[in-house]
Design a binder for this molecule. Structure first.
Ligand code: MSP
Length: 510
């Protein structure tokens, strides 16, 4: 058993959470739940990124102070995560005193190590990205991501000597081939590094909404420069060295593909400059697209996508918590872009949840009710289903282990498919009560028990409900998966309950 420290990016609080944010958070949550299930000591961090121009502008537009605005919007993220059953261990806000303390200590370490100097910065700025572009890297003076006109800015700034880290970064990548996954994204990061690194401006005097620079009180840190440090704040950087030593070597950052440069180039270099090892792993995910467009707040504001239709809380009200979690995890391979649509959710729901899982549980509980006196029979130790189950268990484990929730669910669903096929082959609904029927039903109940365990990181609520319906005490996550996911542990004689359909079929729009 090991340790697992997983983080999401911290979300900007310029507007409410949307399903693109939920995508990242649900993936991180499922991975955290899986690692708890294998017995790893796990810490799952998420939170909100509250400084910078974009947030200050949003507060002003709403006639609120920056702090009031961030309090309000940060709370909406927490509400969304509660609605999605997100099991974070810590929720960080970058306006918290603990963060100021860690940021100031971390950056002072870099300053003391000689990697920070003063110069004049001139560039084209995109407020939505909170990032500078050169004329060449811009789209003829417009932001290549948001399409909006860039603002010309000139400031006296403090700079981070990123250029000094090119060789060290390349060497780090060489020695840690799994630092960034998937491979395509690793190559993208590598090509940024090989393309040449320029020093970066890390402070601002044009705004005051930020963490003050300890050695120059006219400046605040540039929002990205304070934000990245949140991953260390939460494990006590500058306050508790043991805590940092405990968690940092098993750190995993889950991030969207547009923030690769910050996490896979700047961040490891910043860590090196402060005298710390880089994080151990960055897993990159793609974007959820609606009609081929990234779901972003800025685009919505410009009339592109109607985000009000896809707020996480609304989705869970419409489809249920676990079906949405399942869809987000199952539909898209982590690392690829995916399409998000209501029709897509309905299709997945009806096929995988209603027809496969729901139907399996309904069939088994019904037959046990009508032909086994409502008590679950024992599984057979030698069963054709056992082989299928063991294969599914090992494939599911391997997939979660390589950050592939989609593959894990596919493997688990193969066991559901095999169990449904087993039932069809024996047609217990046509059999007379007796040992033969009991054997089939015991096997099916055992497969359902295993499915409940294996799907619990994705659908924690459903897993518990299935466990209860097949009459088991405790919960599917009470024991580590290596002990519980072994064929043959269903407790014979347990009271089985049919109950309402787990996933009533949904009408599709077509
Ligand atoms: N505040 C920075 C991150 C700082 S981390 C030290 C930021 N915030 S964000 O709110 O704009 O985005 C946070 C995450 O949400 C990113 O990983 C981004 O990829 C993800 N998503 C935002 N829209 C998305 C989709 N449409 N699809 C999938 N994820 C996307 O960047």
């Amino acid at each position: 058993m090991g340790r697992f420290y997983i983080t999401t990016p911290i979300y900007y609080v310029n507007d409410a959470p949307h399903v693109g944010h939920a995508y990242c958070t649900v993936n991180a949550d499922a991975l955290a739940r899986w690692h708890r299930l294998i017995g790893d000591e796990t810490k799952f961090l998420t939170g909100t990124d509250e400084h910078g121009q974009k947030v200050a502008d949003a507060a002003e537009q709403h006639g609120l102070s920056a702090q009031d605005w961030t309090n309000q919007t940060s709370a909406r993220f927490r509400e969304a995560w509660d609605a999605l059953d997100i099991s974070y261990d810590d929720f960080i806000r970058t306006t918290e005193p603990r963060h100021y303390e860690s940021v100031q200590k971390f950056l002072t370490a870099i300053y003391d190590n000689g990697y920070i100097y003063k110069d004049v910065y001139k560039g084209l700025y995109c407020v939505s990205c909170e990032d500078y572009f050169t004329l060449e890297s811009s789209d003829e003076g417009r932001c290549p991501i948001h399409g909006r006109a860039l603002t010309e800015m000139e400031e006296e700034n403090w700079f981070f000597r990123l250029s000094a880290f090119q060789d060290r970064l390349l060497e780090y990548y060489e020695r840690h081939p799994e630092f960034v996954t998937p491979e395509t994204k690793r190559n993208e990061a590598l090509s940024f590094i090989k393309g040449g690194l320029h020093d970066i401006s890390i402070t601002r005097t044009s705004i005051s909404w930020g963490v003050p620079v300890p050695w120059d009180d006219r400046h605040v840190f540039y929002v990205w420069y304070d934000a990245l440090i949140n991953y260390l704040t939460a494990i006590g950087y500058g306050r508790d060295d043991d805590e940092v030593d405990t968690w940092w070597p098993s750190s995993h950052h889950l991030i969207g593909k547009e923030i690769i440069r910050f996490h896979c180039v700047w961040w490891p270099a910043m860590c090196m400059a402060a005298g710390l090892e880089p994080p151990s792993h960055v897993q990159v995910h793609g974007w959820l697209l609606v009609g081929g467009q990234k779901l972003s707040k800025t685009m919505a504001a410009e009339g592109g996508v109607r985000l009000s239709d896809i707020a996480p809380v609304q989705l869970t009200n419409e489809f249920g918590i676990d079906p949405i979690r399942y869809y987000l995890l199952r539909e898209t391979i982590l690392g690829n872009d995916g399409d998000f649509s209501h029709e897509g959710i309905t299709l997945r729901y009806n096929s995988d949840l209603a027809n496969n899982l729901g139907n399996l549980v309904a069939r088994v509980t019904t037959v046990v009710g009508s032909k086994c006196g409502g008590r679950g029979p024992a599984p057979q130790m030698q069963s054709p289903l056992r082989t299928e189950a063991e294969m599914a268990i090992s494939e599911t484990k391997a997939a979660w282990g390589r950050f592939a929730p989609q593959g894990a669910l596919e493997a688990t669903w193969r066991l559901i498919g095999a169990t449904n096929a087993y039932l069809e082959e024996h047609a217990p609904w046509k059999m007379e009560p007796g040992p033969e029927l009991d054997a089939v039903m015991g096997d099916a109940l055992e497969a359902i028990r295993l499915v409940a365990i294996l799907c619990s990181p994705a659908m924690p609520g459903v897993a518990v409900e299935i466990w209860r319906r097949i009459g088991l005490s405790g919960s599917p996550t009470d024991r580590v998966v290596d002990e519980s996911a072994q064929w043959g542990q269903y407790s014979a004689g347990a009271p089985v309950e049919k109950g309402e359909p787990l996933f009533p079929r949904m009408k599709s729009d077509e």
